[in-house]
Design a protein around this ligand. Structure first.
Ligand SMILES: Cc1cc2nc3c(=O)[nH]c(=O)nc-3n(C[C@H](O)[C@H](O)[C@H](O)COP(=O)(O)OP(=O)(O)OC[C@H]3O[C@@H](n4cnc5c(N)ncnc54)[C@H](O)[C@@H]3O)c2cc1C
Length: 347
C-alpha cells in the first residue's frame, strides 16, 4: 500500500486550521487539512453576516468576507484539503501518527495540529411531540443571509448570544421581531442585551414554543406557553429561528490512547507555545487552553503560527525557530513580484 506521508496534518478547517495551513506552507511543509463539514471556514459559518472588527489591520468585514479571505490565504501553498472527513481517532505507529477518518481512510503524518474548535457543532433541534420538523421550509437554525428575512415577521427562540445578536441584526430590516425565552434574564453580552431591550423587538419571557401550526411545510402560527401563568399565546409568523445552543462532538478524544491532558470541559491543556502533552501533536484555536489564551480569531492565528513552528522543529531540530517575516520570505518572492506589478509598483 502506498502510504502518503505528510509533514503536518491539521484537523479542523476553521480560523486556526486555515492559518496553520498557510503558515506551514510558508515553512515548506507538506500539509493536509481534514475538515468534517462540507466546506472550510469553521464556526464563522454560524455568523456569515455579522460584522467582525477585532482582527488587527483588517477593516470591519462580514464573517463571510473574513472566511473567504482566510480560505484564500490557506490555499496559497496548495495544501491537500479533505472535507466531509471526520477525524475519529489518532494513533501512533513508530514515528508516524495515524489519523483514522470517517471515510475509513488512514492519514499518515509526522506531526499533527489539532484545530477542532469547540468540536463539531450541531444545533439543538426544536422538538415538538408528534411533529416532524425536518421538512419545514421556514424553520431555521442559523441565519445564512439577512436579506431573506426582509419585511418578515420573525419569531426567534433562545436567550443566548446568537439569538440576541440575530434579533439585533434583523430588527432594522424585519417587519416585526418577537424573541421568546424560557427564563427571565437573557444570557448575552451586556451591551447587546441593552440594545435588544431598548429596540422594537418584543421579548416574551418565561415562555416556550408549545406547538406549531404547519401548512404545506410552512409554519403559519406558533403557540407559546408561559410557564409562570400557564397561559397560551398564538403568533402568526413568516419565519421561526431557533437557537437553543449546540451539541458539541469532541469524540476525537474519546479513546485518548495517546493520553492528551484535557481540562474538565474537554479542552486541551497546552503550553503557550501550542504544545499538547503528546510530543509531535500541537493544538491551536478554541480547543487549546493555556495561560495566554485569547479566545478570538486573532488568538487562533497566534496559536497556529506557534504550533507550526513547533511542528517544524519536531521534524527537524536544526530548523529555524520561526519563519522569515512574509515580506522577506523566499517562498513568496515570485508571488510578490506579480502582486507588485499588479499594483503598478514594479514595472
Ligand atoms: C456568534 C459568534 C460570534 C463571534 N464573533 C467573533 C468576532 O467578532 N471576533 C473574533 O475574533 N471571534 C469571534 N468569535 C469567535 C471565533 O469564531 C472563534 O474564536 C474561532 O472560530 C475559533 O477558531 P477555531 O479554528 O479554533 O475553531 P472553529 O471555528 O470552531 O473551527 C473548528 C473546525 O474544526 C472542525 N472539526 C471539529 N472536529 C473535527 C473532527 N473530529 N474532524 C474534522 N474536523 C473537525 C469543525 O467542523 C470546524 O470547522 C465568535 C464566535 C461566535 C460563536
Amino acid at each position: 500500500m502506498n502510504k502518503e506521508i505528510y509533514d503536518v496534518t491539521i484537523i479542523g478547517g476553521g480560523p486556526a486550521g486555515l492559518f496553520s495551513a498557510f503558515y506551514s506552507g510558508l515553512r515548506n511543509m507538506k500539509t493536509k487539512i481534514l475538515e468534517y463539514q462540507r466546506t472550510l471556514g469553521g464556526k464563522i459559518h454560524v455568523y456569515p453576516q455579522k460584522m467582525i472588527w477585532d482582527i488587527g489591520g483588517l477593516k470591519p468585514a462580514t464573517g463571510k468576507e473574513v472566511m473567504d479571505n482566510m480560505i484564500f490565504q490557506a490555499l496559497t501553498f496548495n495544501p491537500t484539503v479533505i472535507c466531509n472527513e471526520k477525524a475519529e481517532k489518532i494513533d501512533k505507529n513508530g514515528d508516524l501518527f495515524e489519523v483514522v477518518g470517517s471515510s475509513g481512510e488512514t492519514h499518515y503524518s509526522k506531526t499533527i495540529i489539532i484545530a477542532v474548535g469547540s468540536g463539531i457543532l450541531q444545533p439543538h433541534e426544536l422538538e415538538i411531540k408528534g411533529l416532524e420538523t425536518e421538512n419545514i421550509h421556514n424553520l431555521f437554525y442559523t441565519v445564512p443571509s439577512l436579506e431573506q428575512f426582509m419585511n418578515k415577521t420573525i419569531l426567534i427562540s433562545g436567550g443566548g448570544n446568537a439569538a440576541i445578536d440575530w434579533a439585533n441584526e434583523l430588527e432594522p430590516i424585519a417587519e416585526k421581531i418577537y424573541l421568546v425565552y424560557r427564563n427571565k434574564d437573557l444570557k448575552g453580552h451586556e451591551a447587546q442585551v441593552e440594545k435588544l431591550l431598548s429596540s422594537s423587538v418584543e421579548c416574551i419571557f418565561e415562555s416556550q414554543i408549545e406547538n406549531l401550526h404547519v401548512e404545506n411545510n410552512y409554519i403559519k402560527e406558533v403557540l407559546l406557553k408561559n410557564s409562570a401563568k400557564e397561559s397560551l399565546t398564538k403568533l402568526n409568523v413568516d419565519a421561526l429561528i431557533v437557537n437553543h445552543g449546540y451539541i458539541r462532538d469532541r469524540s476525537l478524544f474519546d479513546q485518548n490512547k495517546l493520553n492528551f491532558d484535557l481540562d474538565e470541559y474537554g479542552a486541551v491543556n497546552g503550553s503557550n507555545l501550542s504544545e499538547t502533552s503528546v510530543p509531535g501533536i500541537y493544538a491551536a484555536g478554541d480547543i487549546i487552553t493555556h495561560s495566554g489564551k485569547l479566545h478570538l480569531i486573532a488568538g487562533a492565528f497566534q496559536d497556529a503560527a506557534l504550533a507550526v513552528n513547533q511542528a517544524k522543529k519536531f521534524i527537524d531540530p536544526n530548523a529555524k525557530e520561526k519563519a522569515m517575516v512574509s515580506s522577506h520570505n523566499e517562498r513568496l518572492f515570485e508571488k510578490n513580484k506579480d502582486l507588485l506589478k499588479e499594483k503598478k509598483i514594479l514595472g
